[in-house]
Each structure stands twice: as structure tokens, then as C-alpha cells.
Design a protein around this ligand. Structure first.
Ligand code: SF4
Length: 656
């Protein structure tokens, strides 16, 4: 008997139209947990580095996390993994909503696509019945529209649909997979789906899944729910709303955008607008949000309602979440009304709300500076907002200059030449990053940014506060109920952290402390991504209900895999290293682990070198960031070491 997971994968060969049910190996679950962990194992085993992102041999894996579909609150993430066309490294975006639990109820843990369909198709999974169906009539349809049409044609209003829009069909490098209440947005998963000729994956399930020790499991879930309710009634004092509670409902609920609009960059991630937020702006934006936000909505089995249904006059309703509320507005130096309107179109097209606005602002900056000309942009409207709509339409259809821009700022700049590379200034690992430009280097965030391989916004957040609290008394209050710390030393790190003086950034927390903190934050993200847990209830907020102390109990009672904190930490480290190994095998090295030059105004090259050196050493990686034979062997990843030696990445006796 398998617990929490079904023990069955669906293998779909789109070239041959073949579908197989394959039993998965329980040993892999024990070693790599599930979700991201077992996805990484599949990609390591089956997608060698020679395979191009747009190749029939690339895999596209939709995985439900290990505990998805169980009563664990907020455990609903689908982890989609493939090789990214943007970075040419492993991509693993997650989406919330309802899709992953539905897949479990249909009887499967993963759907693994390979090959490439000659015609546009969708996959329909209805419990034991699985079929590839024609999607020719859906070509060019929006992602949300597609979901509605498929539900109607199947007469299954409760089917969960993950679909691509025009951008995915046209292999735009930042195309998303949309799922109504969420999306897998980063790193161009939608482009790989489009390359495979797959318009949608549709699932409806009505089966049960088994829990190893149900009474104990429910008890833990009840404790989690009680904590969520308590935290909602007792926000953390002295921090901004988004850090005071759980999840990220604040963006849709709270109208005070002073912090984002004055600290994040506008335009092509260039300008900070101090003093932007005034009474008039606040009044207008509040009116816009309240008139368009028809209701707040949650993902499966979660009370937090982070998303909102947005209805702009004359446009279909769509779902919005988190910082995408502001990305289009700020890139276009416009207002919220514009941002909410263009986001509707962008959601239907299926494009990433972080990359897309930056790509468009980048193009307009090139145009203003004469690097792109009227010959490149014929008929470009005079009006600024219309220009963004014009560009978006061309990018998703890969028309004219849109074909170049559809590859993201890094590749577009190379293709355009004439100095355009200096304008693609906000990338890490060839990918657009948060539009941040702060003053003093924060060493913790330097490491999170530089070494992160998920390349999304939440990955760089965690349970250690982002800045010191001004007064020691506040810090003492904060650490009193900080039960989430994996070790008491973190409390001392925080207690001693000052705003100014010797114990302030960039030299405090010390290099060693920063490595510890990043290791903790990263570990929690990787555990969440294997279990299918929403980061908003675990690795993202300061004081979440799930943490390293209760996760082992939850996994043991749910999946029947005995765990303690050490074995869980080791498992997370194992598949974190495997993700690293996949990327190392694809050429990633230390030189790629550099936040944009102007992310912080004050940089400290020597300190940054020390931080990377110490972090790599702590992880058991050499100076290039390559896991050593010794560290690989200690995690049971000898096969990775052997492959590295065979490929000349490591020498036989390399220990560092
Ligand atoms: S915390 Fe928010 S994003 Fe996370 S599962 Fe709940 S509703 Fe969804």
C-alpha cells in the first residue's frame, strides 16, 4: 500500500500517441520525497545535457507534491519541471489552485510528457480513462477561454484545466501555463508545452488516497489550522502587512502600495520614484481596486484567499495574485487601471507577469535611445500605454520585432546588438529578475539571489527577517515565540543584528551566519516544493505554521515514511544537489551566480567572493560551485559523481 502518493505515473508519448501507466519506485520517494525531488531524479536520468529545450526528447513533467490531496492545509502545488528555453537549465515552476489534488484523486502522482505531437492536442484524464484529444479548434484561444471551452465540451464543469495561450503555442520563452486560479509562470514552461503541441492537460478525479496514520495526521492538520487562525488574529507587530501574517493576501486586500511603488524600479527596472505615493494616488488606486476586485479567492484547502477575481469594465474576469498587480503598471510608468487591464490580456495570452513587462520596457528604452528604430517598430503608436499593448500583441505572436523580444531580454539583446546588451541589465542566469535597486548590499539576499536556481520571487524570501528591528526590545519580543528556527543560534544572530554600527549590513550577519541562514531558508523552500506545500504557509513568511520541527511528523503520519529532522534535511539536500548537478552538467558555473550589477548601489566585491566561497564550501561544492565527489557520495549521489568524472566535469580523485 502506498500512502499520500498513488504510486502511479502517467507516461505520455506525444509523438506516438501512446499512454502508459507506470508504477513508481517507493525507494525514490524515500530518497527524493516527491514533487520537485522526484522530478529532478527523472530529469537527471532521462534528459542528458545534449537535449535541447525544444526537442522531442525533453520531458515536461506535471507533478503533484507528495502530500497534495491529503487534508494538509494549503498543500496544493503542482510542480512543473522541464529544461527552460530561457536559461537552458532546469526549470521548476509551481502553481497553486486545484490541479494537483485533482490529479491525485484521478489516481496519479505525475504526468510525464515526452515527444512532440504533430497536431495540437490536449490530454483528458478522468480517473482510469486517459485520452489524447484533438485541440485544433482551440488554436489561438486564450488560456482561460480554453479552460472554459474544454469544460463545456467535456460537460465536466469540475475538471481542472492547465492550459497555454497564444504565447505558449508560439514558444515565447516566458510563456506560462495557466490554471484559472494560479499559473506556473517562470522560465518558459508554457513554451515547452507549446513545442510539444500540447494545448492543455485536463483532469477530473474522484478516487481516494490513503493516509498512513489518519488520526495522527488529522491531529497535526488541526494544529496547523489552529495556528493559522491564531496568527490571523495576532499579526507580527512592527513589520509591514505582507510580513506580518501568512500567505500573500495583502496585495489583493491592502491598498497601501507606498513601499512597492517607492522601492521597486519603474520602467526598464531603472527608476526609483521617491514620493510617488501621495493622497491622490492612494485615493485613485483604492477606487480602481475596489471597483474591479469582485471577490477574494483561495487555493484548494486553504483559508487564506491570496488571489482575487478581477473584472475590468468590458473585459472578461480573470484571477490575479501577488505582485503582478503592479508589474505592468510600473514598467509602463502608468497607473493601476492600465496595469489591471493589460494583465487580463496577458493572462489570456499566457505570459509571465514578471518578465513580460520588463521585456516591453526594455524594447521601448532601446527605441527611445535609437537602438531600435521605426524600421524595427513600424506603426508603433504614439501613446505610451498603447505601445505596451502593441508590443504584447507582437511578442505573443512572434511578429516582427516581437519575434526577437519573445526570447527575453538576454537573448533579444544579443540578437539586436548595437549595445543592446547593456539594456538587459536586470538578469541572473539569463532571466529577468525582480526590478529592485536598493542601496546597501544585503549579504543574505546576495546569496539567495546568486545561488537560487528556481529564479522566482518567493525563493529569495524566508523566515529570517529581511532587515534588523531598530530596538533590541522589539527583537527580544520577536524571538520569544520564534519556534520555527532549526537551531537556537538563529535567535542570537537576530538579537545582535543592528541597523547601524559594527553589527549591521553588509558585514553582519557574518559570512558564516549568512551561510547558515541561507541554508535554512533554501532547505524549507526545497521541502515545500517536494511536498507540494504553498510557500505562503511555510518557507515564505516569518512565522509559518509548517516548519522543520513539525514536517517530519506530518510526512511520517501522511506518507508512512519515517523521518526526523536530520533525515528530512538530508533528503532535501540530496535533491537540491541533484537540481544543482543537472544545471552543472548543462554548463552552469560560478560566473553565472551574479546578481545584476546595479541591484544594490553599494557593492562589496571582496565580501561577495567570501560569501560565495563559504557557501559553496558549506554545501560541499568546489570553488566553481560543482558538488565534489565526496559530498555527492555522502548524499548517496555516487552516480552523479561518476557521470561528472565521465564527462570531465570532475576528475576521478577530485575532493574539492
Ligand atoms: S496561502 Fe494563499 S497562495 Fe498559498 S495555498 Fe493558501 S490561498 Fe493559495
Amino acid at each position: 500500500m502506498r500512502y499520500a502518493e498513488t504510486g502511479v505515473h502517467l507516461e505520455v508519448d506525444l509523438s506516438r500517441g501512446n499512454i502508459e501507466r507506470v508504477e513508481s519506485d517507493l525507494g525514490d520517494t524515500v530518497h527524493y520525497l516527491g514533487g520537485l525531488g522526484t522530478n529532478a531524479k527523472l530529469l537527471w536520468d532521462r534528459v542528458p545535457p545534449e537535449v535541447e529545450p525544444f526537442s522531442a526528447d525533453n520531458l515536461l513533467i506535471f507533478a503533484a507534491g507528495l502530500l497534495c490531496g491529503t487534508p494538509a492545509i494549503g498543500c496544493n502545488r503542482t510542480i512543473v519541471s522541464t529544461i527552460s528555453p530561457q536559461t537552458r537549465l532546469m526549470a521548476f515552476s509551481m502553481m497553486g489552485g486545484f490541479w494537483a489534488p485533482e490529479l491525485k484523486y484521478a489516481g496519479y502522482d505525475k504526468v510525464i510528457f515526452r515527444g512532440r505531437s504533430p497536431d495540437l492536442v490536449y490530454l483528458w484524464i478522468h480517473n482510469g480513462k486517459v485520452e489524447i484529444r484533438d485541440a485544433g479548434h482551440l488554436r489561438g484561444k486564450g488560456a482561460i477561454e480554453t479552460a472554459e471551452l474544454i469544460r463545456a465540451e467535456l460537460k465536466e464543469p469540475r475538471a481542472q484545466v492547465a492550459a497555454i495561450g497564444t504565447a505558449g503555442e508560439n514558444r515565447v520563452f516566458f510563456a506560462t501555463i495557466e490554471q484559472g486560479r494560479s499559473s506556473a509562470s517562470r522560465l518558459g514552461l508554457g513554451a515547452v508545452m507549446g513545442d510539444k503541441g500540447l494545448k492543455a492537460v485536463v483532469v477530473r478525479g474522484t478516487r481516494d488516497i490513503h493516509i498512513a496514520r489518519p488520526a495522527e495526521y488529522i491531529q497535526i492538520c488541526n494544529e496547523v489550522m489552529a495556528y493559522i487562525q491564531w496568527r490571523n488574529d495576532h499579526p507580527i507587530p512592527g513589520v509591514m502587512p505582507i510580513l506580518a501574517g501568512l500567505g500573500s493576501p495583502q496585495e489583493m486586500k491592502v491598498h497601501d502600495e507606498k513601499w512597492h511603488t517607492e522601492n521597486f524600479m519603474w520602467g526598464n527596472s531603472r527608476h526609483r520614484r521617491k514620493g510617488f505615493w501621495n493622497e491622490t494616488v492612494e485615493k485613485n488606486w483604492t477606487r480602481t481596486m475596489e471597483a474591479s476586485r469582485t471577490r477574494l479567492i483561495s487555493c484548494y484547502n486553504c483559508p487564506l484567499k491570496c488571489g482575487a477575481a478581477i473584472s475590468m469594465p468590458g473585459l472578461p474576469t480573470y484571477m490575479m495574485k501577488c505582485f503582478s498587480k503592479l508589474t505592468y503598471t510600473m514598467a509602463a510608468m502608468s497607473d493601476l487601471e492600465f496595469g489591471l487591464r493589460i494583465a487580463q490580456k496577458a493572462t489570456e495570452y499566457g505570459v509571465d507577469a514578471f518578465s513580460t513587462p520588463q521585456v516591453m520596457a526594455f524594447a521601448l528604452e532601446l527605441y527611445e535611445d535609437g537602438i531600435l528604430t521605426d524600421a524595427d517598430m513600424p506603426d508603433l503608436p504614439a501613446d505610451n500605454e498603447e505601445r505596451f499593448h502593441w508590443l504584447l500583441d507582437r511578442i505573443v505572436r512572434r511578429e516582427g520585432i516581437g519575434d526577437v523580444l519573445a526570447d527575453g531580454t538576454y537573448w533579444a539583446a544579443k540578437a539586436i546588438g548595437k549595445g543592446a546588451e547593456a539594456y538587459a541589465h536586470n538578469n541572473i542566469k539569463k532571466h529577468e529578475q525582480l526590478p529592485l535597486k536598493l542601496s546597501m548590499l544585503n549579504p543574505i539576499y546576495f546569496l539567495m539571489y546568486a545561488t537560487g536556481e528556481k529564479i522566482n520571487i518567493t525563493q529569495i524570501e524566508g523566515q529570517f527577517p529581511q532587515a534588523p528591528f531598530p530596538k533590541r526590545k522589539q527583537r527580544e519580543e520577536f524571538v520569544k515565540d520564534w519556534i520555527q528556527v532549526p537551531h537556537e543560534k538563529f535567535k542570537q544572530y537576530f538579537l545582535d543584528w543592528e541597523l547601524r554600527g559594527e553589527k549591521s549590513v553588509p558585514y553582519y550577519p557574518t559570512v558564516e551566519m549568512c551561510c547558515d541562514i541561507v541554508d535554512w531558508q533554501e532547505r524549507m523552500h526545497y521541502i515545500d516544493d517536494a511536498l507540494g506545500m504553498c510557500a505562503g504557509l511555510s518557507s515564505f513568511p516569518l512565522k509559518p505554521p509548517y516548519h522543520i520541527h513539525n514536517y517530519p511528523r506530518l510526512i511520517a503520519a501522511g506518507a508512512g515514511i519515517d523521518m526526523d529532522e536530520d533525515t528530512l534535511t538530508r533528503a532535501a539536500r540530496r535533491y537540491r544537489t541533484l537540481v544543482r548537478a543537472i544545471n552543472i552538467r548543462r554548463g552552469m558555473r560560478r560566473k553565472d551566480e551574479k546578481p545584476p550589477q546595479n541591484h544594490w548601489k553599494k557593492r562589496f566585491p571582496e565580501l561577495e567572493t567570501q560569501l560565495l566561497d563559504a557557501y559553496y564550501a558549506m554545501k560541499g561544492w568546489n570553488r566553481e560551485g560543482i558538488p565534489t565527489n565526496t559530498s555527492l557520495a555522502s548524499l548517496g549521489l555516487d552516480y552523479v559523481g561518476a557521470d561528472f568524472v565521465k564527462r570531465g566535469i570532475l576528475s576521478d580523485d577530485a575532493v574539492e
